[in-house]
Design a protein around this ligand. Sequence first.
Ligand code: PLP
Length: 384
Amino acid sequence: MDKCALTFCVAAGVAVCAAVFWPRQQNKKAEVADGVAGLIGNTPLVRIASLSEATGCLVLGKAEFLNPGGSSKDRVALYAIEQAAQAGQLRAGGCIFEGTSGSTGISLAMVARAKGFRCHIVMPSDQAIEKSELLQRYGATVERVEPRSIVDAGNYVNVARRRAAESDGGYFVDQFENPLNFDVHYQTTAPEILGQTKGEIDAFVHGSGTGGTLAGVTWFLKQNVPGVRCFLADPQGSGLANRVNHGVLFADSEREGTRRRQQVDSLVEGVGLNRLTRNFKKLLLCGAKKTLLDGAVTVTDADAVRMSRWLMANDGLFVGSSAAINCVAALSIARSLGPGHTVVTILADSGQRHLTKFWNDDAMAKAGHETVAPESLDEFPQLL
Ligand SMILES: Cc1ncc(COP(=O)(O)O)c(C=O)c1O
């Protein structure tokens, strides 16, 4: 057994033991849900008819937008708040701080309300305005700050960390670096996918923001489904696909902090990064040269917009931008595997979160993107 395989097996053993001994969050929804927390998780898998019929595969989307806070981040918020309260890091009535592109903040604000905590969210000002309006409706304090690199004190994550440190006993969630993020997807999202597909899954693909979903699901599937292939779907401007395919995140001249313009120059929200987070690093193997993934594809903004319009026109699915890039990647993977395979992806949020940007045709036309659904799936490029 070579060194890489040995590293993987040892780590897999540790993770399996951890999964057995950690309490499962809530794997079965009761007939009557216990408050908002009881509505989180156990989302359905939906067959995406247009992509399935065109490829002869079963292309399935995990409908995470059906969580009560509207995204997969509800799982992370519930788990982080429960664990912090149990560990005494969060006192009754205390304040939760987080830097987020929006979705995690909304989930935290919702769970905080339900459990009697306060919430202070710092987010980049270029994210869709409906996200901060929703945060305010949930009673969170919202700070919108200019998009800055992670090495800048004004970066939204750094501001949130500072606000927590300056507060009286505030809890900083730190979704990018907090391993609870990986754990909750390993313990809930992935076993749900395994059960829903009865283990018949050939490929999984998802984007990476914090990396929690991709790493947690990939680890679990690789341990439980022999031969499953896992892929990263990356937006344009992100360095992660390059890191997965070539072992290099970026040219030195593009390191975060060396450029003045925004680092990940994409219209897609919630995914894409030019740094390795602790959650994404769970995917690194063998002296960090290789990853547990089987490959990565880069999806352009133009194709993401066209896929969102395609899914609406042909399937009645109203998805957000990260789900759109996932579906462009899932289409390519299904085509390359050939008929008879099952490809699973994540529909992290709905188009309702993106009405003023990604789903605003005028804004997209101004950015030079075609907003009419393509005539055929043949118009999408083969990415691998
Ligand atoms: C809409 C959306 N999709 C996907 C992701 C990526 O998930 P993860 O942070 O687990 O990598 C995020 C993260 O914020 C998101 O907001």
